[in-house]
Ligand binder design. Structure first.
Ligand SMILES: *Cc1c(COP(=O)(O)O)cnc(C)c1O
Length: 458
């Protein structure tokens, strides 16, 4: 790191935030948010539950279009949703592996298997493209809310949308979602990809006519390049992964769907039955939107923990210091190099951190090797194949039970005696579109990691 950052030397930083010691060494860490649950004054500009309902209604209006454009969604009537499934075999393997029985029941929320783009970005990314299409259609034609939205798949609308460009910066998956949905509507789409982005994602986008601009630098620079490009053209719309309220609300709709799924499974969430949710975090929009939605439904009965790679603890640093987007992992010499490409973000979203600074229960970090090892374990036990990023939340229950900070979190809230009635949701954020050859390689690395790590927790 530089000799000083914001006027303080490293010794001073570590004195203020002792956890920095572990973060800088890129060791696994578990941080509990001291502001968690503190009362909050609502600012007039703040998002509300009505905004989430509005997003849900928009997705319902678009369902006839989605069903027509993506036949794989027709069984669900054009609603883009993923399964919530108990994972008892994985739960048993985790118990054995770490020698700590996890009280309560583990569920996977398999956004890895969302239609259209096989990751959590099929929520926010798709939603924002739909917002853009709807407003252009209403501004330039007689199209209205009451119409059958499947008409948007006609040549008339395609040629209208073809006059507009949608631009985005991405580590890969957001680009896939925007590119695929943009192309389905007829938009021109330009995706600025960071150096971490996988070749197959670029190839797939190009095959759909999307322009891919490759950057040698990391995510923040790719986003900046996209922003600048869009500013030069009045008919360009920039999807701002760091600040977009539309993306955030698209993600938030997931919570209402989870509530329905829990109801159908007869799972209670209340004072006696706490819900814990573990969410992989990159810039923060995906896990943030989901948390915002869950908190508005389940309030103090749900506890959302974010998970980041040990090499990219951006949200943790932003929340812990209260500096949000004014701080980046590189400021402390942390390299932001990780196999979890969906989470390779050095500077967190300021909008998400500020909005949720009292709603995120905590953040923990995971080594890449653990992600690979868990990838193999889930594939073996539940036959579900995820990408490395999507495993980041999986050690969450163990960390909560086995680390002093996690134990204190449970004690302080009198949760210890309720844990056997708890529900844990591990948010599996992506993987279904990964080509077989790449997945075989992930699995092989999982076997290597398992051999090296034994039953070590970190
Ligand atoms: C993007 C992504 C995330 C995290 O979402 P952010 O909005 O960047 O925090 C998690 N997992 C996968 C697989 C992703 O692609």
């Amino acid at each position: 790191m530089k000799p000083t950052f914001l006027g303080k030397g490293i010794a001073e930083w570590k004195a203020d935030y002792p956890l920095l010691e572990e973060l800088i060494d890129m060791r696994e860490a578990f941080w509990v948010n001291p502001l968690y649950g503190a009362g909050q004054e609502k600012t007039p500009a703040a998002l509300t539950e009505t905004d989430i309902q509005d997003a849900e209604a928009r997705l319902t209006r678009f369902a006839p279009f989605i069903q027509k454009a993506f036949p794989e969604t027709s069984a669900a009537g054009g609603i883009i949703e993923s399964p919530l499934e108990a994972i008892p075999h994985m739960q048993k393997r985790l118990d054995e592996l770490y020698g700590i029985p996890i009280p309560g029941t583990l569920y996977g929320k398999f956004d890895s298997h969302l239609p259209i783009s096989g990751s959590i970005k099929a929520r926010g990314g798709v939603y924002e493209v739909l917002c853009v299409a709807e407003s252009i259609a209403m501004e330039h034609t007689a199209f209205s809310w009451n119409d059958d939205y499947s008409v948007l798949k006609s040549d008339e609308f395609r040629s209208l949308f073809a006059q507009y460009t949608i631009v985005v910066g991405s580590t890969g998956n957001l680009g896939l979602s925007i590119g695929i949905m943009g192309a389905a509507l007829g938009f021109r789409a330009v995706v600025h990809m960071s150096a971490d982005a996988k070749q197959w994602k670029k190839d797939m986008l190009r095959s759909k006519g999307v322009t891919v601009v490759e950057h040698a630098s990391d995510y923040s620079r790719a986003v900046e390049a996209g922003r600048q490009e869009a500013e030069r053209d009045a008919k360009s719309y920039f999807i701002d992964d760091e600040n977009s309220k539309r993306l955030f609300l698209g993600y938030a709709v997931a919570a209402a769907r989870v509530r329905q799924q829990l109801d159908r499974l007869n799972i209670a969430v209340d004072e006696e039955h706490p819900l814990f949710v573990y969410l992989p975090c990159g810039v923060g929009g995906g896990p943030g939107g989901v948390t915002f939605g869950l908190k508005s439904i389940f309030q103090e009965h749900v506890h959302c923990f974010f998970a980041e790679p040990t090499h990219s603890p951006a949200m943790l640093l932003g929340l812990m210091t209260g500096l949000h987007k004014k701080i980046a992992v590189q400021d402390f010499g942390i390299d932001n190099r990780t196999a979890a490409d969906g989470l390779a973000v050095g500077r967190p979203s300021g909008f998400v951190g500020k909005t949720l600074e009292r709603d995120i229960a905590g953040v923990f970090t995971e080594q890449d090797e653990q992600l690979y090892r868990l990838l193999k374990l889930l594939a073996d036990s539940e036959k579900k194949f995820l990408e490395p990023s999507a495993l980041a939340g999986f050690p969450g229950p163990i960390r909560l039970l086995a680390t002093p900070a996690g134990q204190k979190f449970l004690q302080d809230r009198d949760l210890g005696s309720k844990m056997h009635k708890a529900t844990h949701i591990l948010w599996a954020t992506g993987g279904n579109m990964v080509p077989k050859q790449e997945m075989d390689e992930f699995y092989r690395k999982g076997a290597e990691a398992a051999a090296r790590l034994g039953n070590r927790l970190g």
